[in-house]
Design a protein around this ligand. Structure first.
Ligand code: SAM
Length: 288
């Protein structure tokens, strides 16, 4: 029963499209858009322009935040009767701060084959040129629009040591950098990647204070689309053995062994028991 159904089902392609420069469309993305029965697009007019550029004529259906639950059912029906569908968003990779999540979940549940056609995504493009550590990073997408909620969200990230990546719109970029400055400090290193792959592309790397001034400097700096990257908090360097010894000796001049060991453990991150033993040794040597 299951295998018969599988033989009949079509395939769902999740197709990345350019984030500005149409030359970034991949050969495989083009071929996929050409061969599917239907394209589910975030905005059919927007995708219509891309298809016109590629010389592709194909039926489209919109799938956006306001209709995706209802549309998902219809798309699953089509897929279950053997139709193939390409999911695209206005720019970049679908589902990355874009619609499509309910469709993928429903397709998984219906045992429909889902095939990624990878390509551009602003988060990855920005990371690749930011000059910030990107072996480990966290993607936070868009911050809340309201200032109080935005600050609260940023505060949850104060101890994060991985590079932080955010999407931001032109009318909130200035306020967001100001809020980041308040939470992470003026000196924290950050990058604004603006208008990636487009004519006025800029990658500006500086401290948050300098970025705030840069945005205030020119209206042009506040135009377009933005990825904001913030360096994670510096990992605390573990104290070296001579540093720990010195710290303990200083504390022992003023405090009993137990208390000195406790404070030294807190400051150095070393184990309290180990430092207690060490402190006892130091005290015994001093007493001799
Ligand atoms: N799905 C897309 C992707 O894979 O990058 C993201 C869609 S999200 C609705 C749009 C946001 O992505 C923009 O507000 C901006 O923060 C970021 N973005 C998209 N294109 C960009 C570009 N060319 N330069 C900088 N940021 C961009």
């Amino acid at each position: 029963m299951q295998s018969k159904k599988n033989n009949m089902t079509g395939q769902l392609y999740v197709v990345a499209t350019p984030i500005g420069n149409l030359g970034d469309i991949s050969q495989r993305a083009k071929e996929t858009l050409e061969k599917v029965d239907l394209i589910a697009a975030e905005d059919t007019r927007h995708t219509g322009k891309l298809l016109a550029h590629l010389g592709i004529k194909k039926p489209m259906q919109s799938l956006h935040a306001h209709n995706e639950r209802a549309r998902t059912e219809k798309l699953i029906d089509l897929l279950q009767t053997g139709g193939s569908v390409a999911l695209v968003s206005d720019a970049g990779t679908p589902l990355i701060s874009d619609p499509g999540f309910p469709l993928i979940r429903a397709a998984q549940k219906a045992d429909i084959k889902i095939i990624p056609i990878p390509g551009p995504s602003a988060v990855i493009a920005a990371l690749s040129v930011a000059g910030l550590p990107c072996d480990r990073f966290i993607f936070e997408g868009f911050l809340p629009a309201k200032s109080k909620a935005r600050l609260a969200q940023l505060k949850t990230l104060t101890t994060e040591t991985r590079t932080l990546v955010f999407y931001e719109s032109p009318h909130r970029i200035e306020q967001t950098i100001t809020d980041m400055l308040a939470v992470f400090g003026a000196e924290r290193e950050a990058v604004i990647a603006r208008e990636l792959t487009k004519t006025f592309e800029q990658i500006k790397q500086a401290s948050l204070a300098e970025l705030q001034a840069w945005l205030q400097d020119s209206e042009n700096h506040r135009r377009g689309e933005f990825v904001v990257l913030v360096k994670g908090r510096e990992e605390k360097q573990p104290a070296t053995e001579p540093e720990i010894n010195q710290l303990l000796k200083i504390l022992l001049e003023e405090l009993p062994v137990k208390q000195a060991a406790k404070i030294a453990a807190k400051l150095s991150g070393e184990s309290k028991n180990k430092l207690y033993e060490l402190a006892l040794n130091f005290r015994q040597k001093d007493d001799r």
